[in-house]
Design a protein around this ligand. Structure first.
Ligand code: CP3
Length: 362
């Protein structure tokens, strides 16, 4: 039997239940801004050396929690494990970002794609179980995957991209090929997230990091439709608890209504949106996650605290006059920058907890 949860504030906010304060965690909270992460990565030899070893993955998942009273842990892994398991040959060259040895550019490469056998990703599910044991009920564990569209961007481009020229060429020239790839990605991601849930993930997040580069009709057809295909297949309950699903589309604020209607429990927003206005647009039909600009962390600790209070104030009191609740999970609007001073993260966490408690006393 898994240990009972000592802090369920994050899960309660995801499900729009009352909480004493606004929970927070940070996208990419385990990573290169922490010297202890860099030390473990050196021991492991490479990013994949870290991610494929459940002991190392557990160690770095817990590192940010040892420093800061965060309200959730996130599995240490990467969205690109799934295309790697499909045989595309993932490497992370130091300082360069991800690269695939065999990008998917033509009809034959798309025809060869398939949902990877679960054994190829066993190291991820083993890491989830090991992290759950190590957490021992301290905070919930979030599992994650890339959205079918965001994975397709990396699979076709073969690396990060400024203009998405290759994948958009496929989109406009051979939409049939892209649809085939997205359907396989969606089924692969659904199976991958369900296996993480079986291994102990208590919430799951879909990172649609590049949904915001799509033209608005293309977003509905090539990104959101396949995120929905993932959500439609997810196990939504485990250990007698709802497993909330979070969908984060970077640059997706203008599509909030349609993302909120996709079956997500929580919609992640970047810093370009006003949370109060977002709440009103969807009448608190889902919880919201976000959305401070990660670059705020480069100002002074006092300025970080003031910006955090402004984000909380923009969401406002989660209690509604009609007795329902809005849910807010505080987060950054995108991943934490590797040059962030850790002391400024401490100031952020402290300000979010203190000010959100005060808001509820008002
Ligand atoms: O949030 C966490 O702490 C959990 C771990 C996590 C990583 N990647 C570890 C990582 C998560 C949730 C991700 C998701 C991810 N990976 C996304 C979606 C989120 C986003 O930022 O939009 C994307 C697009 C990727 C792909 C990826 N992985 C890139 C572009 C890079 C290189 C750029 C960078 O930020 O370093 C990675 C490598 C990576 N994934 C690192 C970490 C800690 C750094 C690698 C290293 O240690 O050398």
């Amino acid at each position: 039997m898994p240990a009972p949860l000592q802090n369920d504030t994050f899960l309660r906010a995801c499900l729009r239940q009352p909480t004493d304060y606004t929970p927070l965690w940070l996208m990419r909270q385990a990573g290169r801004y922490l010297p202890e992460y860099n030390a473990t990565r050196t021991r492991a030899g490479s990013f994949m050396g870290l991610a494929t070893n459940p002991d190392f993955a557990t160690e770095v998942t817990l590192q940010p929690l040892e420093r800061f009273p965060l309200d959730a842990a996130i599995l240490f892994s990467d969205i690109l494990t799934v295309p790697d398991a499909m045989g595309l040959g993932l490497t992370f060259a130091a300082g360069e970002g991800p690269r695939f040895a065999r990008p998917v550019r033509d009809e034959a490469a798309v025809a060869a794609l398939a949902v990877p056998p679960p054994d190829k990703l066993r190291y991820v599910f083993d890491a989830v179980s090991a992290i759950r044991r190590a957490l021992n009920g301290r905070v919930p564990l979030i599992g994650f995957a890339g959205s079918p569209w965001t994975l397709a961007c990396y699979m076709v481009e073969g690396a990060g991209s400024d203009d998405y020229r290759q994948v958009k060429t496929m989109l406009y020239r051979r939409p049939d090929l892209l649809h085939r790839m997205l359907a396989i990605n969606a089924d692969a991601v659904a199976a991958y997230l369900n296996a993480q849930i079986d291994a102990g993930a208590q919430a799951v997040m879909v990172f649609d990091s590049w949904g915001g580069v799509l033209e608005h009709r293309a977003f509905a057809e090539f990104s959101l439709a396949y995120t929905r295909r993932v959500l439609d297949q997810l196990k939504r309950e485990n250990e007698g608890q709802r497993v909330p699903a979070i969908v984060f589309t970077k640059g997706g604020g203008q599509w909030l209504e349609s993302i909120a209607a996709s079956g997500a429990d929580v919609v992640g927003l970047d810093w370009t949106c006003d949370l109060g206005a977002a709440r009103r647009r969807i009448d608190d039909a889902v919880a919201l996650q976000g959305n401070i600009d990660p670059m705020v962390l480069f100002s002074s600790p006092e300025a970080v605290a003031a910006e955090a209070r402004a984000v909380l104030d923009s969401f406002g009191d989660p209690r509604r006059p009609d007795g329902r609740f809005g849910g807010h999970v505080f987060n950054l609007g995108h991943g934490i920058n590797q040059h962030t001073p850790p002391e400024h993260v401490a100031a952020l966490v402290e300000a979010v907890h203190a000010h959100s408690r005060a808001l509820r006393q008002a």
